[in-house]
Design a protein around this ligand. Structure first.
Ligand code: G
Ligand code: G
Ligand code: G
Ligand code: NA
Ligand code: MN
Length: 253
C-alpha cells in the first residue's frame, strides 16, 4: 500500500523517466525502431524495477494516469527526433491490460498523437497476449487502434495465454518472441524448437517477428539463420535515455 501511495507522489514530483532500446534489422544492425521503457528513481528507495511498480500501479489504478504520461512523453520524444531528422522508423510504447481496457483509451491515443504531431503509423502499441486473451474492451481497443493506423505488437509472445487463434482474429502485425526462447537458441533443446516454430508461424502468416533479449553475436547469427530479421537486446543496445539533440548521434544504440 505504501508503494501505491508513493507512486502517486512520484508522478507529481516527476520521478519517472523513459529509456529507449533499439530494435534492429538482422544482419545489418540498422536501427528500425525503439521501445520505450519506464524507469523510476525514488529519492530513498533508489531504483525501483518496473516489474515491481507497474503491477502496483495496475492495482491502484494509477497506471491510467502514469500510462498517459508515458505515452505523451514517448510521443514528444519521437516528435523531437523527427524534427531533428534522426527519428527511427517507428517507436513502441508498452500498454498494460488495464490501460487498454479503460474507456477512452483509444481517444486518448488519438488526442496525444494529434497534439504531438506524430503520425499514427509511427506508433507501435505493445500489448501482452494475456491482456487481449479474454476478448472484451481490450480487444475492441486493439481493433480501434488499428483503424486509427497504429501498429499492434504482441509482447512476450509465447509466455502468456498464448493462442495461435488470436493471430487469426486480432489485427496484430508484430510478434515479439519472448527472451526465454532466445536465451538458449544456440543450444539444441525445447527453447530452440519454439524459437524455430514461432518464426515459421510469423513468416507463414505474414507477420513480423522480433527476437527479444538477444545478448550475444552467436544468438543473433543463429536467429538470422532461422529466419529472424528483427532483434532487440543488450547485444545491440541497452535501454538508454535519449541523448540531447545537438549533434548527429541522438538515438540510443
Ligand atoms: O526493463 P524492464 O525491466 O524494462 O521492464 C520490465 C517490465 O516492466 C516489462 O516487461 C514491461 O512489462 C514493464 N514495463 C516497462 N516499461 C513499461 C511501460 O512504459 N508501461 C508498461 N505498462 N509496462 C512497462
Ligand atoms: O516490455 P517487455 O516485457 O518486453 O520488456 C523487455 C524487458 O527486457 C525489459 O525489462 C528490458 O529492460 C529487458 N531487456 C532488454 N534487452 C534485454 C536483454 O538482452 N537481456 C535481458 N535479460 N533483458 C533484456
Ligand atoms: O540502468 P538503468 O537502465 O536502470 O538506468 C536508467 C537511466 O537512469 C540511465 O539512462 C541512467 O542514465 C539514469 N540514471 C542512473 N542513475 C540515476 C540516478 O541516480 N538518478 C536518475 N534520475 N537517473 C539515473
Ligand atoms: Na514491451
Ligand atoms: Mn517483451
Amino acid at each position: 500500500a505504501r508503494l501505491g501511495a508513493e507512486l502517486r507522489t512520484a508522478l507529481d514530483r516527476g520521478e519517472f523517466h523513459l529509456v529507449y532500446q533499439p530494435i534492429v534489422e538482422l544482419p545489418t544492425g540498422a536501427v528500425l525502431a525503439v521501445e520505450s521503457l519506464v524507469r523510476w528513481w525514488h529519492p530513498d528507495r533508489g531504483y525501483v524495477r518496473p516489474d515491481v511498480f507497474i503491477p502496483v500501479a495496475e492495482r491502484t489504478g494509477l497506471i491510467v494516469e502514469l500510462g498517459e504520461w508515458i505515452l505523451r512523453t514517448a510521443c514528444l520524444q519521437f516528435a523531437d527526433w523527427w524534427r531533428h531528422g534522426v527519428a527511427p522508423y517507428r517507436f513502441g510504447v508498452n500498454v498494460s491490460a488495464r490501460q487498454l481496457a479503460e474507456p477512452g483509451f483509444v481517444s486518448l491515443v488519438a488526442a496525444v498523437l494529434a497534439e504531438t504531431g506524430v503520425h499514427p503509423a509511427r506508433l507501435i502499441v505493445e500489448v501482452t497476449e494475456t491482456a487481449v486473451f479474454g476478448g472484451g474492451a481490450a480487444v475492441r481497443a486493439v481493433h480501434e487502434l488499428t483503424e486509427l493506423g497504429v501498429e499492434i505488437a504482441l509482447d512476450d509472445f509465447g509466455t502468456g495465454h498464448s493462442s495461435l487463434g488470436l493471430l487469426q482474429t486480432l489485427p496484430v502485425r508484430i510478434l515479439k518472441v519472448d527472451k526465454s526462447f532466445v536465451e538458449n537458441v544456440t543450444m539444441a533443446g525445447r527453447h530452440a524448437v519454439i524459437a524455430t516454430s514461432l518464426i515459421q508461424v510469423a513468416n507463414g502468416l505474414g507477420l513480423v517477428a522480433v527476437a527479444e533479449g538477444v545478448e550475444t553475436a552467436e544468438q543473433a547469427a543463429e536467429l538470422y539463420r532461422l529466419g529472424y530479421r528483427r532483434a532487440q537486446g543488450y547485444h545491440f543496445g541497452r535501454p538508454e535515455m535519449a541523448k540531447p539533440l545537438s549533434g548527429a548521434a541522438a538515438l540510443p544504440g
